[in-house]
Structure formats: C-alpha cells, structure tokens
Design a protein around this ligand. Structure first.
Ligand code: ZN
Length: 677
C-alpha cells in the first residue's frame, strides 16, 4: 500500500491527491517526511567539503520538500475542514514538529557552516538575493537558540515543544466552543431580522437537524448581523455573551503558561522580554515604537468612540428605550444611526453584493493593475466540495499559479478569514509555481439563492485576495523568501492596500448587481457607501487597538517581573484596559481567551499591531495612485508589482517600501482614512 501523501503527486497542477488522502495517512507520512529531512540535514552538516552557499543554504532550501508538502495538506485541512481524528493528530504532531525544527536549528555543525558563510561576508561572492537569504537563515538559527549550550539549549527545546502543544490546545478549545453553541430561534424570535439572515439561519438549522427553526451560530457572519438587526435585547445579550466567552472556561491557564514560557524563551536569547525579541527584526523594531503608534491612534479613536456612544444613547432614548448602552446594543443602534446619517442599511446593500460577483471584482482589479487573468477550472478534487479553483495567467498568458477559494462557513472550519499556501513559488525545482488558498466564513445563501455579502465581508474577500496575489505573483529564486514570507508588520500591506480598490466607485458600479433583478447598485447608494466609510470608526479602532495593546503589554513582561506571585492573565487584561480607559460599551475585538492570532500559535504574538503598522503604509501607498490621478495608473502599478507584490522577502521591508514610494509614511494618512484626523 503506498501512502498518497508520499507518492508523487500527479493530479493536475501538481495538486495533492485529495480524494485518496485519508486521516490514517498523516501519522506515517509525517514520520517518514521528518526522518527524510533529518537524513538530508545530516548530510549537509557532515559534508566534508568546505561550506559554500550551494552546499549549505541552498541544500537546506532543497531539504524537507516532502515535509512541506505533507504539512501544507495537513494544516490546510486542520483549519478549514477538521474532525476529531485530525484534531487528535494535530495535538500529537505539533510538539513533534516543534522538536524536529528545533533539532535542525540546534544542529551545531550545521550552524557552524552558516556562521562560516556569514563570517566570510563579501568574499563569498553572493548575489543580493542570496546574501539576503543567508542573513535570514542566520537570524533564524540564532533566534531558535543555536548559540546556546548546555542546560539552556535543552530548556529551549523543551519550551518550544510545550509552546506548540499550548497553541494547538488553545485553538481547539475555541473551535469546540464555537461548534457547541447555537441559538435556536422559533418564528416568534425573528423580530428585526432581514431575509438574508433568516434564510441562512433556516438553512443552518436544517443542517443541524432542526428543520422549520432558525439557528444563529458563533460564526462572525451569523452572529454579527444578528447583533445588528435583532430587536430582542434579551437575545442579543445572550448571543453576545456566548460570543465573547469563547475559550473563557478553558484557555486562561494556557494563556498564562504561554506568556511565561515566551518570556523565558526571550531571556534565554538575551532579550529583556518577548516583545523586544519578537520586534527586533520587524519594521517596528521596538515595543516603544509600537506603543507610540498605537497610542497616537488610541486617543483620537477613544475620543471619537465617546462621541459615538453619546449619539447612540441619545438615539436609544429617543426611541423610548430606557437603557444604559451595553456592548450588545452598540451594533444595533449603530446600524440605525448609519441609516439615519447616510440613508444606508445593510439589508439594503447586501442584495447587491453577491459572492460570485465580488470574486469577479477582485479578479478584474488584478487584471487592470497587473494584467492577470483567471480561468475557472472545473472537476478538480480539492480539500472540500465547496472549494473552487481558478488557474491564474500572467500578463503574457502564461501559467502563474492556481488559486483556490473556500468561502463558506461550516462547523469544521475555524472562524475568521485567512490566506494559505499548498505550494509556494520558487525557482529551484519543478513545479515552482504556487497554489494559494483563500478561506472565508461567509454564510451560504438561503435555499437556491446566491450567497450575499455585507460590505465588510466584501472587504475581507479583497483583503485575503491581496495576500493571495502576494503569493501568486511572487518571483524569487528561494522558497525561504517566497511570497508572503516577509516581516509580519509588512505582510498586511498588500492585503490592506487591495481593500482600497473595492470602494472605487467604478468597481462597485460594474460588479455590485442585485441578486434578483441584476440591476447595478445605484450611483447614489455607492456614494452613500463611500461617505459612510468613516462611520463608527471610533468603535472599530477602539476594539482593535485595545487588542493590540493587551497583546503588547502581556509580552513586555520580563521573565520573573510581573510573574512573581503568579501571573493572572484575566486580571492583567482588565488592568491594561482600565489603564487606557477602555469604554464600557465596547469590548476587545478578540478577548484574550479566544485571541487566536496571538495564542493559537506564534504568528501574531506581540504582533497584532501589525495591521495598523501596515495600514500606515497602505493608506499612504494608495495615495500614490491618487496622486498619479488614476487608481489604475500603469506606472504606479508596475512599481507596486516589482517592489512589493512580486518581491517576496528579497529586500528589507523598509527598502522595499522606499523603492515603491520614495519615502516612508507617517500616521497622517491612516488617521485621515479612518476619519480620525
Ligand atoms: Zn491579512
């Protein structure tokens, strides 16, 4: 019996043979793939020939190809279509993978070769891309603890394994809470809910074996519109409490242990705290720079949120509601206020925002900016029957990559939206063109109807598609710096920048069409959508910045400092929020016990500020098009493609931005964009 994960992948586009892959294949495939890479690494480390770039760095780039393939399939499934068995495998494999990577990065002979190349410097005659890859490899080894010895070395390995376990458990606990909770409604409980929501809720209830009823779930695309539209304050409170309590009963101890271990890890590596360690090689570089940016945004945002709260409270009073504005009221009254100020309500705009049309809009923008085209490919076996694939063609009509979109919410998918890769772009071996996946959580439409998006959903779709383009357009030699393998506070630039094109009036006019009548979105509605962009930005900015500050402050705690007498995560979170004067009627966008960016893995730890850092740049970068007098200006688009979308991590991010724009941005364009200037 051959394991399809390990056999050559001969499906079209070199896709994994999804229809032949079963859960039972993963354990043996991971074991074989890790063993294979260790053999490869041993051969490099023990090579009797003096180290050079090809026999050391490039050889490492060529190692672990099987493991990359197995991991890509597994982790895509584990986040977008998981089950009990995959979760059990994930719990088992996460610490093993952490140990495996530690073993490679702690290989003293291997590191000595890398160090020798760094020491040789100019003498090695590397080209610019090779020099950059070498620098990043060296940095990765040092960050993993390659310079440690004795007990510290062992301790580091143990810490990394434990952190991997904690991250996996954290994410699984959140998913369990999301899967378990459902608010089942009868006909009498639907007051205020628009058709699109009752349609989706009816379908969800039917799928859960409750035909004739309506089910609201904790998926953002189900619960958010419920909080916006339900006139039943009691039900809104119930739903809001369940939503914000995800992970509350299980994840605090995991948070506390994670924060402590991260601080210890940083200390072992010679840093005062984890945030300093995490930030030293990012664009921001220091916790102070991050705090400065966040606070520059926080104060005007909090002030605006205070004004917004007063307006909403006045509206509630005017309607005769005798209440103090609570977090479960905010979205409800904000929507009414939006309607009043801008004559816009979600139920009115949503019928014009069909999923398929917005996908087409994202494609069409890529065509106008970068000359790309997209061809739907039918009949491929993908990871889930709801996923769809498009072949992406470059300006010359040649194959650029494969794009997979997996848009609908389901209980087996984790919440949120993200871009991931099944294969990254590189030029060392074939196939070198990428396969990139966008995963969203859109409520499917009612029976026989197309899925409709909120304007926010549409923006999310554009956002993730920006990440996808960053992967698809990548044009580098080495996988290590391919596509989105860039600094964390730079990686949101392509995605957030791409969002700007959704709100270009001609894009909406061409693609926003009524799902029943086919009629284009009226120009007046487009103008009102545009005018409403800065509406409620006090709220949106506060709920985001509060999260970024809690993340930062938890990770500037030094080892020992702050932990004496135990570290109480919940009390700490409360203290930070109190310290910044968090408004009562607004909650963190992600409370710590379900803050997956930061605790379900290491990705955005001490890094949630990255979105705002990137926003500084995207607001300024879009200005470059406006200054050119055309949001599709060819010259500006060409520079954007060469300096950013196709450049991967070839350059230091600051240099990359400078080569596009000629100067670094300040916070002004960001504040202006949010209407907070
Ligand atoms: Zn993103």
């Amino acid at each position: 019996m051959t394991n399809p994960l390990l056999a050559p992948w001969d499906a079209p586009f070199g896709l994994p043979p999804f229809e032949r892959i079963g859960e039972a294949h993963f354990r043996p495939a991971f074991a074989a793939a890790m063993a294979e890479q260790l053999t490869e690494i041993e051969a490099i480390a023990n090579d009797p020939v003096a180290p050079d770039f090809a026999n050391t760095v490039e050889a490492m780039e060529r190692s672990g190809i099987t493991l990359d393939r197995v991991s890509a399939v597994f982790f895509n499934l584990a986040s977008s279509h998981t089950n009990d068995e995959l979760q059990a495998i994930q719990r088992e494999v996460a610490p093993k993978l952490a140990a495996h990577h530690s073993a490679i990065l702690m290989n003293a002979r291997l590191f000595a070769r890398v160090q020798a190349l760094v020491d040789a410097g100019e003498a090695s005659g590397l080209d610019a891309e090779q020099a950059r890859v070498l620098e990043l490899y060296h940095r990765m080894f040092v960050k993993a603890g390659a310079k440690l010895d004795g007990d510290a070395r062992e301790r580091m390995t143990a810490i990394m394994q434990r952190l991997a376990e904690l991250g996996t458990a954290f994410g699984q606990n959140v998913l369990a809470d999301e899967k378990d909770w459902v608010l089942v409604l009868g006909e009498d409980d639907l007051a205020g809910l628009p058709d699109f929501l009752t349609g989706a809720a009816a379908r969800e209830a039917k799928a859960r074996g409750k035909p004739g009823q309506y089910a609201i779930t904790l998926s953002r695309s189900s619960i958010e519109p419920f909080l916006v539209f339900s006139t039943r304050r009691d039900l809104r409170e119930t739903a809001w409490r369940a939503w914000t309590a995800r992970g509350e009963t299980t994840n605090w101890p995991l948070v506390e242990e994670t924060v402590r271990l991260r601080a210890e890890r940083a200390r072992l590596l010679g840093f005062a705290n984890f945030a300093e360690f995490k930030l030293h090689d990012q664009m921001a570089k220091t916790p102070v720079a991050v705090r400065d940016l966040l606070m520059a945004v926080w104060e005007p945002a909090r002030k605006r949120a205070g004004e917004e709260a007063e307006t909403l409270a006045a509206l509630a009073a005017e309607e005769g509601a005798n209440i103090a504005l609570a977090p479960w009221d905010w979205r409800f009254y904000a929507e009414k206020q939006r309607k009043r100020e801008h004559d816009l309500d979600e139920a009115e705009t949503k019928p014009y925002l069909q999923l398929d049309a917005i996908i087409e809009a994202a494609f069409s923008v890529a065509n106008r900016l970068f000359g790309l085209s997209f061809r739907a490919v039918e009949g491929l076996a993908l990871h889930h029957p709801e996923a769809r694939a498009w072949e992406v063609l470059g300006p010359d009509g040649g194959h650029l990559g494969l794009f997979i979109g997996d848009y609908f919410a389901r209980p087996s998918k984790r919440s949120g939206a993200w871009a991931s890769g099944i294969r990254c772009q590189q030029k060392l071996w074939a196939p070198g063109r990428p396969i990139i996946v966008n995963t969203l959580n859109i409520s499917p439409g009612g029976e026989g109807e197309s899925a409709l998006l909120t304007y926010d959903d549409a923006r999310t779709l554009f956002h993730e598609f920006g990440h996808a383009l960053h992967g698809l357009m990548s044009d580098v030699t080495y996988p290590f710096i391919s596509g989105t393998s860039v600094a964390r506070d730079f990686v949101e630039l392509p995605s957030q920048l791409y969002e700007h094109w959704l709100s270009v009036p001609e894009v909406l006019a061409a693609h926003a069409r009524h799902y029943r009548t086919g009629e284009a979105m009226p120009a007046g509605m487009i103008a009102r959508l545009k005018a409403a962009e800065t509406f409620n930005q006090g709220f949106a900015t506060v709920e985001y910045v509060a999260c970024a500050l809690v993340d930062l402050e938890m990770h500037v705690l030094g080892d020992g400092d702050g932990f004496d007498g135990g570290f109480d995560g919940k009390a700490f979170e409360a203290r930070v929020l109190e310290g910044i004067g968090m408004p009562d009627a607004i909650a963190m966008r992600h409370a710590t016990p379900h803050f997956q960016h930061v605790f379900a893995g290491d990705g955005y730890s001490a890094g949630y500020y990255s979105y705002m850092w990137s926003e500084m740049m995207d607001a300024d970068a879009f200005k470059a098009f406006e200054e050119a007098g055309d949001v599709f200006d060819a010259g500006t688009a060409r520079r954007l493609a060469s300096s950013i979308f196709s450049a991967g991590g070839r350059q230091d991010p600051e240099e990359a931005y400078l080569s596009f724009r000629g100067k670094l941005p300040g916070v002004e364009a960001l504040l202006e964009g949010r209407g907070l200037a």
